[in-house]
Design a protein around this ligand. Sequence first.
Ligand code: SAM
Ligand code: SF4
Ligand code: F3S
Length: 518
Amino acid sequence: MSSSENLSASNPSTRPNTYFIKTFGCQMNVADSERMASLMADKGLKPAKSAEDAGVILINGCTVREKAVHKALSVLGQYRHRVEHAGGAKPIVGIGGCVGQLEKDELFRSSPFIDFVFGTDAIDSLPEILHRVEHGERHVVYTDFDKSMDYSTETKVLGTKAQAFVNIMKGCDKYCTYCIVPYTRGKEKSRTIREVLDDVAGLVARGVREVTLLGQNVNSFGKGNPNSEGFEPRELHNIIGKVGPRDGEENFPQLIRAIDQDPRMASLKRIRFTSSHPLDFSDELIECYQPASNGGVERLAAHLHLPVQSGSNRVLQKMGRHHKIEQYVAQMNRLKEINPDVGISTDLIVGFPTETEEDFQETMKLLDDVGYDNIYAFAYSPRPGTRASKLPDDVPGDVKLDRLNRLLKRQLEISEQRYAARVGKTLEVLVEGEAKKQTMVTKGTAQGRVWTARTSCNRIVNFAEDSNRNLIGRLLQVKITSSTALSLRGEIVKDAGLAESEKNLPVYDPLFSSEIVG
Ligand code: SAM
Ligand code: SF4
Ligand code: F3S
């Protein structure tokens, strides 16, 4: 008997009725993991505290950089030990997400103990896949893309939550030269505005107070969907010209406005979105950030994550981003002009092939020109199959690392200044949970539980409260008392009891059982 046959000899009666999900990558994968958790719960499985205690182990992997793939494979290596020593109670192990989509059955070669591989379009097939594995099939592969151009789904959240991710589109047609995502997530497809409205209304009815609309490039939302209900605005423009879906098709500003205007959303407090591309970032979306009295969308969070990747036009051109840095800076200036409170964040890549110190200095300059609250910066990692992977990876590893460190150091200084400017202000925050560090003492408050909350502009605020109340999901006014480059500290000001609208909320559950690794 081969070792893999031996490992498959699992006894279902002794396998724990529990699941564990290990998640790597972006918010899209986090949202997918929550969907998986919800499907496991529908099957009657309970969340396990760790992979050690689980009857079903799912790895939801990312392939955006080589390191991300290594992390998923290394975790798989750790689980192998657990599988090999489990005896009759061998857990079922599946690997999916962008890693599953890209690597497919290749994964069985290096890790024959895996039971199944599933791709990004196969999440809803998990119950069927598990059924097959439970009935003795091994090395099951579900990695076909859904070929239909319609995209219809319903958000699944576990338990009662204040925040929810809502997929509004999937895939990406941009094919930036360095990026693997179009190969792991397939072609762009959008849900209809009507379907998203009904979905969000359902979430709001279950207590959700903040939604994050998700897509790789939400500015392309609506492409191919006729605007049969006459949503406004009909066409989108920016400094580059006419952008986004065609006139007569649905588009992203329409969706945001439709959510805001829907009477079923009365208790929804914040609308967020991620991610978008500067090429399709429209003036009509910038208008949504205006004060409501000026035609803006009041509940649109004062935050924008708009990845730009580089400050050098030469590098942007090689990355296939199809815009000039001056156009992006002009868009950001316009946004800051109409709403100076918006917190802006971005993604940057250093060490792209041929990037010179001069190119890099243009990226450094961009930090000062835009004044980001926060950046996510990465060293370029060639991804097999992408156009950039055919260019020589000619920036040495130590130079990439040095540029990354200089960039992050400068951003920390900028963040520190921007966060310090908030001290003394009173901000509305949505409480996300108990802080990991429970050591803070705030002025005038006996040391109690420390909570982590988020402002509309996406800054983290920690504050203490010496009562046993569960504050998760509550909107509170917090006076900011001090700051660091990464977070703010404060104390609750409006606390003569919770505001009327905060009193009759459900008790929110903490996050579902999944370890999320960046
Ligand atoms: N759709 C979003 C966008 O257009 O920016 C997110 C794309 S990706 C999931 C998140 C970030 O990973 C990108 O914005 C980019 O900065 C980074 N990234 C993508 N491919 C990379 C690569 N080959 N090497 C290093 N970083 C990469
Ligand atoms: Fe990747 Fe570019 Fe698509 Fe973003 S827009 S997912 S960086 S190809
Ligand atoms: Fe996200 Fe990684 Fe896939 S960043 S889309 S999980 S490759």
